[in-house]
Design a protein around this ligand. Structure first.
Ligand SMILES: Cc1cc2nc3c(=O)[nH]c(=O)nc-3n(C[C@H](O)[C@H](O)[C@H](O)COP(=O)(O)OP(=O)(O)OC[C@H]3O[C@@H](n4cnc5c(N)ncnc54)[C@H](O)[C@@H]3O)c2cc1C
Length: 435
């Protein structure tokens, strides 16, 4: 393995591998370094891999819409084979539950503007399509330890928005492996079980990295794609203080429950974003349902100071909160005796919108702050980063004159300046996993 590369990418998750592939296509030699044994073994491996288009901003919606086409067109996008096979895009469609408290007109105005198909389902249509769903409204989301959780509902939900194109990716780790193989076919290299311990610099520019075993590797471009470790790497590079938007690691639990008897959720279930109970859900193999929290106010947040050490076991309290809330929507749900699920980390930015940007250290770039919602956007994030890096390396001042990319499927123009580290906190954000 040669010891100099055009670019070193710290991290081989879905974001780091997508950047490697896109930079490889542009002729850059890249090396992804990951402290774990294989690609996609970090937070990507535990992603729910939901591919949906509703975001609270125009830019978020447009990026998700463009990215959706990559997932649908995955084998062609890869331009290479993978001996492990390719992921499947499972097109379930996505339901967004409407209640008096959720302004769907605001949330879906960008769908209208961007021409993304969606349907308004009234309560009767929702009942026809999802007969196992209760139509009571439970707003605001509460936890079972709150006495009011057990009170009878006094209102009804008002139907749902249905987005037919949404779905999920069968295996997020395999998706990352696919991208690794695609990057390798363009000349990219990967190094596993190696931890980056220092960012080397000279005269205000990144010049390489030092690994935990003392080995030094030279380069003139370093990309931070370290997921929930992003703030650790930013501190190593000395760039965190200059960023107006910062990142932190947040612990998040996802739980699995068997579908109600007699209902084939795998075939007939949808992805569902249900702000009325503060949960998202999707069909999972084995006729199970995956349930996550949409971070309502009642769920306290567990910020993690050291992303190498956090509790990976699901907690009975959080499991009860999510599954009991979900059982309000699906009263026929059988509640298992034991919690089953996983705990992993989101890399959360101050406004839950990612940072795809340069930094104040020349040659050091960041693709971070993915806030529990950027698996779906990785192909376009990879392209945006590759274009941004190339432009900056060729003298463009991206802070003053942001890079804009033209989307190949939707022909939309995406302004990378939206994801700047120097932005004000975006008040249009949902400040949740919904982005
Ligand atoms: C439970 C959960 C559910 C989610 N569900 C969805 C969803 O449904 N839809 C969606 O779009 N998004 C979802 N997300 C978010 C999405 O999965 C992430 O945004 C995305 O996977 C982040 O990818 P990444 O490459 O930035 O991070 P990671 O996959 O975490 O990769 C970062 C890599 O960097 C490596 N690394 C860190 N520090 C170092 C170092 N010093 N040296 C070497 N290597 C290092 C790590 O080992 C890791 O492999 C979810 C996230 C979680 C945790």
């Amino acid at each position: 393995m040669s010891e100099t590369y055009d670019a070193i990418i710290i991290g081989a998750g879905i974001i780091g591998t997508a950047i490697a592939f896109e930079m490889g296509k542009m002729g850059y030699t890249t090396l992804n370094i990951d402290q774990l044994p294989a690609a996609g073994y970090g937070s990507t491996g535990n992603s729910c891999a939901v591919i949906r288009t509703h975001y609270s901003t125009w830019d978020g919606t447009a990026m998700a819409f463009e990215s959706l086409h990559y997932w649908r067109d995955w084998p062609a996008y890869m331009e290479a084979k993978d001996e492990s096979g390719f992921i499947r895009y499972v097109n379930t469609g996505c339901l967004v539950i409407k209640s008096r408290h959720y302004d769907t007109d605001k949330a879906f105005r960008y769908h209208k503007e961007l021409g993304i198909d969606y349907e308004r389902w009234d309560p009767a249509k929702l009942r026809e399509k999802m007969p196992i769903f209760s139509q009571e409204s439970f707003w605001p989301p509460r936890r079972p330890e709150d006495e009011q959780f057990w009170e009878k509902s006094k209102e009804k939900i008002t139907g749902a928005i249905f987005v037919p194109c949404s779905g999920y990716v069968s295996d997020p780790q395999l998706a990352t492996h696919n991208l690794q193989r695609a990057a390798e076919a363009k000349g990219g290299k990967f190094m596993f079980n190696k931890e980056v311990k220092a960012i080397r610099k000279s005269h205000g520019r990144a010049t390489g990295v030092t690994l935990h075993d003392g080995k030094e590797i030279e380069t003139s471009i370093v990309v931070n794609a370290a997921g929930p470790h992003s703030f650790v790497i930013n501190r190593l590079a000395g760039v965190e203080g200059d960023m107006l938007i910062k990142t932190r690691a947040l612990r998040h639990e996802v739980h699995f429950v068997p579908a109600p008897k007699g209902f084939n959720y795998e075939k007939d279930g949808y992805i569902c974003s249900d702000g009325d109970i503060g949960c998202y859900s999707r069909p999972e193999v084995g006729n199970r349902i995956l349930v996550g929290s949409e971070d309502p106010e009642c769920d306290s947040k567990t910020w993690i100071d050291n992303p190498d050490h956090y509790d990976r076991e699901v907690s009975v309290d959080q499991w009860k909160a999510q599954i009991y809330r979900f059982a309000k929507r699906v009263p026929s749900l059988g509640i298992p005796h034991k919690p089953v699920g996983l705990a992993d980390l989101y890399d959360v930015s101050d406004d839950w919108i990612p940072i795809y940007d340069k930094s104040n250290l020349d040659g050091f770039y960041v693709a971070i702050g993915t806030s529990g919602n950027q698996f779906k956007n990785a192909p376009v994030a990879g392209l945006m980063m590759a274009r941004l890096i190339d432009a900056c390396e060729n003298g463009r001042d991206h802070d003053k004159d942001p890079v804009v990319i033209k989307c190949k499927y939707t022909e939309l123009m995406l302004n990378a300046g939206f994801y700047s580290r120097l932005r004000e906190i975006n008040q249009e954000s949902s400040f949740s996993v919904l982005g």
